[in-house]
Design a protein around this ligand. Structure first.
Ligand SMILES: [Zn+2]
Ligand SMILES: [Zn+2]
Length: 252
């Protein structure tokens, strides 16, 4: 199983990265993209045919899903028509939210069911994709949001926090993972909002509590110091700490 970082800028796209998106590939399995924020459709074209991907949405904040309307255009109007529909997994109101984003005019909703085969996440679900399975748990973030535990056919584990504050569910998801891909949206400042996101300190604490092998920091916004977040996490977790960049590949 291979994870390719398509985009990792937190909350919005940045000067050097699209917003959130991670490509998951394994031999004999159609590629999967975890989160599909602004800029991901462009980055994806370097690595895979967008007509052949499954999409897993952690939640419906704009920075995690707003290139899906572009994927609709790609599949509907590309000169080589895509076969079948793209499977998209997400929260309960995914059809409505993507339908509004893709509509022709205000007040209308695009019926995306011609192009997308939508599946609703439920807390604790495990979906088998052939070369890997994905378990989701609902995490601590304002909209309905899920973290993911991806397990390869060989039993290797990538845990992805999505966007979340510290919670039991995200610790369970990360337990003994080979890689923890953890958001770290801000430094551990006294005036940071409660919940919502993890600080660098909390990402490091999560890695330690869950006993992961390696911590990959992501979702650092353009206005947050990358160096400060890395230093905070490394102060809590004794294992390897690395902040990911677009184009990086991790093999499991
Ligand atoms: Zn986000
Ligand atoms: Zn969010």
């Amino acid at each position: 199983m291979r994870v390719t970082v398509l985009g990792c800028s937190g909350s919005v796209g940045g000067p050097n990265s699209p917003a959130s998106g991670y490509l998951l590939t394994a031999p004999g399995v159609e590629p999967t993209v975890i989160d599909f924020g602004p800029g991901i459709l462009g980055a994806l074209q370097r690595y895979a045919d967008p007509s052949r991907v499954t999409v897993l949405l952690s939640h419906l904040h704009a920075d995690h899903c707003l290139d899906v309307p572009g994927l609709l255009v790609w599949r509907r109007y590309h000169p080589i028509p895509a076969t079948g529909r793209a499977r998209v997994f997400g929260p309960a109101d995914t059809a409505f939210r993507l339908g509004v984003a893709s509509a022709e005019c205000g007040g209308s909703i695009d019926d995306v069911s011609d192009t997308l085969d939508l599946h609703r996440w439920r807390d604790g679900d495990t979906v088998d994709f052939g070369g890997y399975s994905v378990q989701v748990r609902q995490v601590f973030h304002p909209p309905e949001s899920y973290g993911m535990r991806v397990t390869s056919a060989e039993g290797k584990v990538l845990a992805y926090t999505g966007d979340t504050g510290m919670c039991d569910a995200v610790i369970d998801l990360a337990r003994d993972a080979d890689y923890l891909l953890s958001e770290a949206s801000w430094t551990h400042a006294e005036d940071r909002p409660p919940g919502v996101h993890l600080s660098g300190v909390e990402a490091g604490q999560l890695a330690k509590m869950a006993n992961v092998k390696s911590l990959l920091l992501t979702h650092i916004p353009p206005w947050t110091s990358r160096e400060a977040v890395i230093a905070e996490a490394a102060g809590q977790f004794d294992g390897p700490v690395h902040a990911v960049s677009p184009g990086e590949v991790f093999e499991l």
